[in-house]
Design a protein around this ligand. Sequence first.
Ligand SMILES: NC(=O)c1ccc[n+]([C@@H]2O[C@H](COP(=O)([O-])OP(=O)(O)OC[C@H]3O[C@@H](n4cnc5c(N)ncnc54)[C@H](OP(=O)(O)O)[C@@H]3O)[C@@H](O)[C@H]2O)c1
Length: 320
Amino acid sequence: MKTWKLGHSDVEVSALSYGTDLIGSRIDRETSFTLFDLFYDRGGTFLDTANFYSSWVEGCSGGESETTIGEWMKERGVRDKIQISSKLGFDYPGSDGGLSADEIERECDKSLARLQTDYIDVYYAHRDDFDTPMDETMEAFHRLIQKGKVRTIGASNVWLWRIAEAGKLAEERGWTPYQAVEQRFTYLRPRHGADFGPQIFVTEDMKRYCRHHGITLIGYSVLLQGAYTRDDRPVPAQFAGPESDDRLAALRSVAAEVDATPNQVLIAWMLRNDILPLFGGSRVEQLEENLGAVDVQLSDDQMDMLNTAGNPDVKKAWLR
Ligand SMILES: NC(=O)c1ccc[n+]([C@@H]2O[C@H](COP(=O)([O-])OP(=O)(O)OC[C@H]3O[C@@H](n4cnc5c(N)ncnc54)[C@H](OP(=O)(O)O)[C@@H]3O)[C@@H](O)[C@H]2O)c1
């Protein structure tokens, strides 16, 4: 599998990232190990987790995902081959959330202990914190890098104007700016005004900002929980509408042309558009299918068709 560098850092990750929010909770330990083994055998090395995964699942209190990743890495002896992204910012039992210096220090240590490691490859602000001065947050992240506890940092669910402010501040003070931005993304485009709660969807502006500053853009929830292929998973209301019908038709048509599934085509399309795909998968067949995207080759014509579907008047340059 190809690798990507995260921003200007020296963290090199696999071009596909496996999301682990249900690992060690709804996905039991044995299945989790099988899925990790499969991902790793296919060249996948980039695992996405967070301190509070999966505190929302009944009987869980957070930390289950990190703990299971730590156990798997230890049992297989692969810590140095794997890149871990973890995050903090949401509250869960034992943490009030936020991005204060104390919280960053404390939550990082808890994550390191659960992961049974002494460093996290990329540590994200999982959400913004308007009650903590930005310089306190950025300095605390920078201190973690200086101590070697974190290799680089990123922002997730943070508005672009705040990412830009943080970048400017870090530059002025000699601290590390965010090198990766993880936001919600998929092939279907949200309707105007669609509400994603605390989640923020990738915008054209964000793509251009990240490209200009050499920041790696990562998209999550890209498969819409399987809605592209499954009858039991309707397209979420935030995306429903005539434009999405056209885009779904284009995706299916290209999938038929290249003898792949719609899920594989959308992952391949993301890679070509320089957005690193981060997906889930609770079964071997699902993960096999998603990983198969690396073998899908899309021609320039197919990329144009996918990019412009649903809105042919949009300048292609905007979409690239
Ligand atoms: N930074 C953030 O705020 C944020 C937010 C959300 C997610 N994430 C990250 O992104 C990861 C993925 O998020 P997600 O679960 O929302 O996204 P997703 O990849 O859109 O959905 C994953 C789910 O889709 C189904 N699925 C996966 N592959 C499939 C396939 N080939 N065919 C049919 N169905 C398939 C499975 O559902 P079933 O298991 O029900 O079968 C799977 O659990 C998370 O684990 C997390 O690491 C980050």
